[in-house]
Write a protein that binds this ligand. Structure first.
Ligand code: KG4
Ligand code: ZN
Length: 348
């Protein structure tokens, strides 16, 4: 049984290495975030036009120990001052996941403290709670990352019900693939979004897939095909194509998010994951929810994409709820490259 320190906060080290960012952070249950270190592998993968899994794993191995030392120094905390270690256990790239998992389990075993395997998307969807203006439970979460597009009903930590999801490509994936076939640099999503701001939507016409499907599911894979077909017409300005593509994705995301609020009767929407950084999406959601006296919450811009802070924070919330108590024996390193979020349960 772990001794819980009385009167002072507990400090959780968070480790993230599921894809192409190495993230390390320290969260103090009394003081909040006390250190954040991040290394992006964008330059490493840029030459290949996408993430190369083997290169990602090797770079995570190189960076992780350095970032951990830097985070501890930043907070003025020693290894002995840690109360638990949270790490992303999935979903993600198997080899990449193993770096945070192996490091986290080994350190926790050495220090005799709990290791907390965290679901990457739980990290994303709880990250808006780190902001000063945090939403209360329950809320609807729109999770829009590179690998997932899902609407969830969130009633508390670990209490997630799937309302709808993409039947094919995720929104971020659609941004990335479309950017690639338009010849834009990796990572395509943000580059395509910047180009869209210089164009006019509606000059080209793209479909709004599944807008009227009557459910909360999405489909984005047809969009890139539509873009590809229309790109053959040389008279179309790339910026206008980008603007129409972005408008199509945003139209569907906004409509389904509003439908999810209506269906659940909830008034709070949380947007998380990389595509949540998209300014057009934010503008439309802000406007639409304000008109309906609903509210939309986002993580701080720096916490929209992958980071260690959201993992440390999710770990801290689970630790406070009693997870990891009595742990000390088995330190198995297990990761889940595929892991449905709604299979999670609440800590107790
Ligand atoms: O959550 P995230 O950092 O990583 C995953 O867990 O997948 O999301 C990355 C995704 C990528 O597909 C990227 O292109 C997209 O988020 N993204 C954006 C923007 N910034 C990142 N998509 C559209 N507009 C943006 N501003
Ligand atoms: Zn992510």
């Amino acid at each position: 049984m772990q001794a819980v320190k009385q009167g002072s906060g507990m400090i959780v080290l968070g480790l993230e290495s599921s894809c192409d960012e190495t993230g390390v952070a320290l969260y103090d249950t009394e003081r909040g975030l006390i250190a954040q270190q991040l290394h992006s592998q964008i330059d490493l993968h840029a030459a290949y036009g996408g993430v190369v899994p083997e290169l990602a794993s090797r770079d995570h191995v190189r960076r992780m120990p350095v970032l951990i030392r830097q985070a501890l120094a930043e907070a003025g905390v020693s290894m002995a001052g840690l109360d638990a270690i949270a790490y992303t256990a999935g979903p993600g790239l198997a080899g990449a996941l193993l770096i945070a998992a192996g490091t986290g389990q080994a350190l926790a075993a050495t220090l005799g403290i709990p290791a907390l395997p965290i679901h990457h998307l739980e990290g994303h969807l709880l990250s808006p709670l780190l902001a000063d203006d945090a939403p209360a439970f329950p809320f609807v979460a729109l999770l829009v990352s590179g690998g997932h597009t899902q609407l969830m009903r969130v009633d508390g930590v670990g209490r997630y019900a799937l309302l709808g999801e993409s039947v094919d490509d995720a929104a971020g994936e659609a941004f990335d693939k479309t950017a690639k076939l338009m010849g834009l640099a990796y990572p395509g999503g943000p580059v395509l979004a910047r180009l869209a701001d210089q164009g006019v939507a509606g000059r080209v016409k793209l479909p709004r897939p599944m807008l009227h499907s009557g459910d909360l599911n999405f489909s984005f894979s047809g969009l890139k095909t539509a873009v590809m077909t229309q790109l053959r017409d040389a008279s179309i300005a790339p910026a206008d194509m980008a603007a129409e593509f972005q408008a199509a994705v945003v139209d569907v995301l906004v409509a389904k998010s509003l439908a999810a609020l209506k269906q659940t009767g909830l008034s709070r929407l949380v947007v998380a994951g990389g595509v949540g950084a998209n300014q057009a999406l934010r503008a439309r959601l802000n406007e639409a929810t304000a008109r309906r006296r609903q509210r939309v919450f986002y993580p701080e811009p720096a916490l929209c994409t992958d980071n260690g802070a959201m993992i440390a924070f999710a770990g801290a919330l689970r630790l406070l709820d009693g997870e990891g108590e009595g742990e000390g024996g088995a330190h198995a390193v297990a990761v889940r490259p595929r892991w449905p979020l709604d299979s999670l349960s609440a800590p107790r």
